[in-house]
Design a protein around this ligand. Structure first.
Ligand code: ZN
Length: 509
């Protein structure tokens, strides 16, 4: 952590620097001036699933100064430009930022399977297909496979979601459908990649549970399969390993960052271990996915999206550390596959005002609230008044008429907002399926109570979502290191592969 402080912002020495660093207000320092010279033999590709400009910028504002604080500070400052509103994510300090379009062969609002195919193979395909052409017959080889075979690089694949989920699968699998979990698992083992880490495999024994476990097949193929942090800690340079998070959450993914317990490994810890395992003289390629940025956006849970975006930003710092030691041989990209949720910054109900501090009142992800609270409300027929006590505790929202209207937007519900939550509570308690256009727009396919709580909290913060699915927004491509300037401009996601292949001189095969 001290490295972060060194040499930055001398005039801030008088203020509580340590606490600002702890809050992530400063980005990892990049040593020297990145020239972009050199040839990469260590390549990191970070993918925030569903992480376009709105997710990144709202995370920066979230760790920046609160709106009321800014107004006071600017009023009292002789030079308001000294008072930046936003905080900085680690990759916002990268010298290059380009933009990539994300459409696929069949959709302007594509999915992770087709977009990751484009990023890793330079080809467009159908939504939900992984590394096959639109006839679903021709298989495309990925940059990771090419680097493994042509350059003898080691390969690492990390994700906060399942290791056979679409984005990680797109580094090693070739399947007409992303839902072929077991066949994708078989391809994971066959890839002979060196380090996998993150959430558990989906259907490791196939749909009926009647096939040999992917984990046991991996062990037979020479992988160390670790299910505890203790086992993961003992991995050494040169090991071939599959590391599954000791603590699994919804759908056997890693926990959301805002549910993560003290001492539980974060994505950054898995990246750090991965660098230790993969480092070798030929080179390595590491793909790191923040997969739950997308999941939280599907559920319209802004607070959890922001927490996971910040966790990805933290993980990038490990790569920056590595870059600092090998600046002419390291390339780091931070990008996304597509946007999710149609998140935007600005909401009709708060006019020009934004209150990111309001979101800080949320202490739990939508998924954990569903599993740990809503399930028992239904079972015990908990009264609305009692539910509201938990809502106040976990999301900060207070019943109308409560004392203490907060300075920043306020967490006291209006009668209208309270009514929205009560209607959703009634819908949840009824146990009936959502149906019809109105209910879909209100709740999507989510638990009506939970999604309405996050909607109200988002809206009180001045932000909102337009969708429970993906959108057609372009995504940023941040670049640091050898070859960084290739990533300037506005291009197609297939160009990411083409640029990487050219920089690492792999041939398309
Ligand atoms: Zn998605």
């Amino acid at each position: 952590m001290n490295r972060t402080v060194k040499g930055i912002c001398k005039k801030a020495a008088g203020i509580a620097l340590a606490s600002l660093v702890a809050a992530g207000a400063f980005a990892q320092e990049i040593a020297g001036t990145p020239t972009g010279k050199g040839t990469p033999k260590y390549v990191f590709v970070f993918i925030g699933d569903g992480m376009s400009y709105p997710q990144i910028q709202s995370s920066a504002y979230f760790i920046g100064k609160d709106a009321a604080g800014i107004v006071d500070e600017v009023k009292n400052s002789s030079n308001p430009s000294d008072s930046p509103v936003g905080g900085l994510l680690s990759f916002m300090k990268f010298p290059v930022a380009g933009s990539a379009q994300t459409y696929d062969a069949t959709s302007f609002a594509p999915d992770s399977a087709s977009t990751a195919t484009s990023i890793f193979t330079g080809k467009k395909t159908h939504s939900s297909s992984i590394n096959v052409d639109i006839s679903k017959k021709i298989k495309y080889r990925t940059i990771a496979e090419q680097l493994r075979d042509q350059k003898k690089w080691k390969i690492g694949v990390l994700s906060t979601v399942n290791l056979n989920h679409a984005t990680p699968a797109a580094t090693y699998a070739h399947q007409a459908s992303r839902k072929s979990n077991y066949p994708i698992g078989l391809e994971l083992v066959a890839s002979n990649f060196d380090y996998f880490a993150g959430g558990a495999l989906m259907e490791p024994e196939d749909k009926k549970g009647d096939k040999e476990s992917i984990y046991s097949l991996a062990q037979k193929a020479g992988y160390k399969v670790c299910f505890t942090q203790k086992e993961a800690s003992s991995l050494k340079n040169g090991d071939k390993a599959i590391v599954v998070s000791e603590t699994l959450a919804d759908a056997d993914a890693m926990n959301y960052e805002n549910d993560r317990a003290d001492g539980e490994w974060s994505l950054r810890d898995y990246v750090k271990k991965g660098i230790e395992v993969l480092d070798n003289k030929n080179g390595f390629f590491m793909m790191v996915e923040g997969g739950k940025i997308d999941w939280a956006c599907h559920a319209n849970d802004a607070r959890s999206t922001i927490a996971d975006t910040l966790a990805l930003s933290e993980a990038v710092k490990e790569a920056v550390d590595f870059y600092n030691k090998h600046p002419k041989e390291t390339l780091i990209l931070v990008t996304a596959d597509h946007e999710t949720g149609g998140l935007t910054i600005g909401f009709a109900g708060t006019d020009y005002n934004l209150f990111f501090n309001t979101l800080k009142a949320q202490k739990i992800s939508y998924a954990k609230f569903d599993s740990d609270y809503v399930a028992s409300y239904k079972k015990n027929k908990t009264s609305f008044d009692d539910v509201m006590k938990d809502v106040t505790e976990l999301f900060g929202l207070k019943v109308p008429g409560s004392a203490g209207k907060d300075k920043n937007g306020g967490l006291v519900l209006t009668e209208y907002e309270y009514g929205r939550i009560r209607d959703a509570y009634n819908k949840t308690m009824s146990g009936t399926k959502t149906s019809g256009q109105m209910e879909y727009e209100l709740y999507g396919t989510y638990e009506p109570l939970t999604v309405t709580i996050t909607h109200v909290l988002n809206n009180k913060s001045g932000i909102g979502f337009t969708s429970y699915s993906h959108t057609g927004l372009p995504v940023p491509v941040f670049a640091l290191g050898a070859g960084q300037y290739e990533f300037e401009g506005y291009y197609d996601n297939t160009d990411i592969y083409k640029k990487l292949a050219a920089l690492t001189s792999v041939k398309q095969d």
